[in-house]
Write a protein that binds this ligand. Structure first.
Ligand code: UD1
Ligand code: UDP
Length: 367
């Protein structure tokens, strides 16, 4: 009997970590198969180290490829890995290409699939993630929904069996590590920052970074917002975004800017510490919309839609798809002026326990 986690990117490593730890705490054999979608140490190794995860039993080293080839290469290699490691159940988390490949390969090989973060929908099929999450969900046997919102959505799609509302493991991870981050992270000193003197920016969505005109307009508006509030903009840059900024001819300007503080992607502890110390989070990240909410830091999401509407409803997040400085400045004022009293919709930080309760019952009935 073995629980096999298939993962490949930064957010999957972070959000699967609580389940791996809970499985091992209970003595349930649990192994990780890494697709190799993320391979740069700052997007990969650092999280295994900081989150005390066991090394993957195998890394399929798929690397960066066009999406169809990447998913195909993952499936090809996962087939061999599943033959060798004989998973009793395959667990995938979220909506990346690794998730689609893991779910589809397991399904084709008759291995049950458990999907963490099931039922999220943006209804924006221009996002690569929307297809991944819908298709992975279609072949999943167990659906772990963060909130009632996803259970209801799955029900409207006819998915009624194997659905469990368990919260999101992002809460388990953030609550567990934020204290450690405050005690150990030196990122504020390294970047010469005072708490509250900066906004934290991350973006990596193709819709924001791949088109140079939009990327430049966003950078201009964010810079204007920072100047208007006297903030620095701390910007740990995803590799996709670094390439895009260089292609758009913006990199040198940002490096020379007195406003932007550029860095490589940072580890989880540094990122949590930066988030908790920021006046505002500006992002297109799914995980950071959730974490900002959990850490009670206001968030502006640079998108037209979100598959995390709970964060907006709670009051800690607002969507902005434009590139106008005045509008962004006004939104920043609105978000930073409100009391930080919103509640966390994603559970109590014991999601991994509930996930393991369900998986152990499932595994018992199979053996
Ligand atoms: C992927 C996921 C996205 C997730 C994000 C987390 C898909 C379709 N997208 O986006 O849902 O939010 O991970 O960060 O699965 N690169 C490196 N080093 C790496 C990985 C990538 O330099 O370790 C560069 C390569 O140039 C690559 C580009 O980043 O082409 C994009 O990588 P990819 O994994 O395709 O997508 P992400 O933008 O990382
Ligand atoms: N993160 C990190 N370092 C960074 C940027 C993000 O540790 O430099 C963490 C962040 O705390 C969150 C996760 O990575 O837990 C989000 O990943 P990402 O934004 O890449 O993907 P998404 O959540 O959008 O799928």
């Amino acid at each position: 009997m073995s629980l096999t986690i298939v993962l490949g990117t930064r957010p999957e490593i972070i959000k699967c970590a609580p389940v791996v730890h809970e499985a091992l705490r209970r003595g349930v054999p649990c192994v990780i198969i890494h697709t190799g979608q993320h391979y740069t140490p700052e997007l990969d190794e650092v999280f295994f180290r900081e989150l005390d995860l066991p090394a993957p039993i195998t890394n399929l080293n798929v690397g960066s490829l066009p999406p169809a080839k990447q998913v195909a290469a993952m499936m090809d290699r996962l087939y061999d890995a599943f033959l060798e490691w004989k998973p009793s159940v395959v667990v995938v988390q979220g909506d990346t290409n690794s998730v689609l490949a893991g779910a589809l390969t397991a399904h084709k090989m008759g291995v049950p699939v458990a999907h963490l973060e099931a039922g999220l929908r943006s209804d924006d099929w221009g996002m690569p993630e929307e297809g991944n999450r819908v298709l992975a969900g279609n072949v999943a046997d167990i659906h772990f929904c963060p909130t009632e919102v996803q259970r209801i959505r799955l029900a409207t799609e006819g998915v009624l069996d194997g659905v469990h509302v368990v919260g999101n493991t992002v809460v388990d991870a953030a609550r567990h590590y934020v204290g450690k981050a405050e005690g150990t992270s030196k990122v504020l000193e390294t970047l010469n920052l005072e708490p509250g003197s900066f906004a934290l920016l991350t973006m990596h969505r193709p819709s924001n970074v791949d088109e140079p005109g939009r990327l430049g307009a966003l950078i201009d508006a964010i810079e204007d917002m920072a100047v208007s509030y006297g903030w620095k903009i701390v910007f740990p840059v995803h590799p996709r975004t670094e390439t895009a900024l260089k292609t758009a001819g913006l990199w040198d300007r940002l490096e020379a800017s007195p406003v932007f503080v550029l860095s490589k992607p940072v580890g989880y502890l540094d990122l949590l510490h930066l988030q908790a110390s920021a006046s505002l989070v500006v992002t297109d990240s799914g995980g950071m919309q959730e974490e900002a909410n959990i850490l009670q830091v206001p968030c502006i999401t640079l998108r037209a839609n979100t598959e995390r509407p709970e964060t907006v409803k709670a009051g800690g997040n607002v969507l902005y798809e434009g590139t106008e400085s005045a509008e962004l400045i006004a939104l920043a004022k609105e978000m930073t002026s409100k009391p930080r009293d919103w509640t966390c919709p994603f559970g109590d930080g014991r999601t991994a326990e509930r996930v393991m309760d369900v998986l152990m019952t499932f595994l018992d009935t199979k053996v």
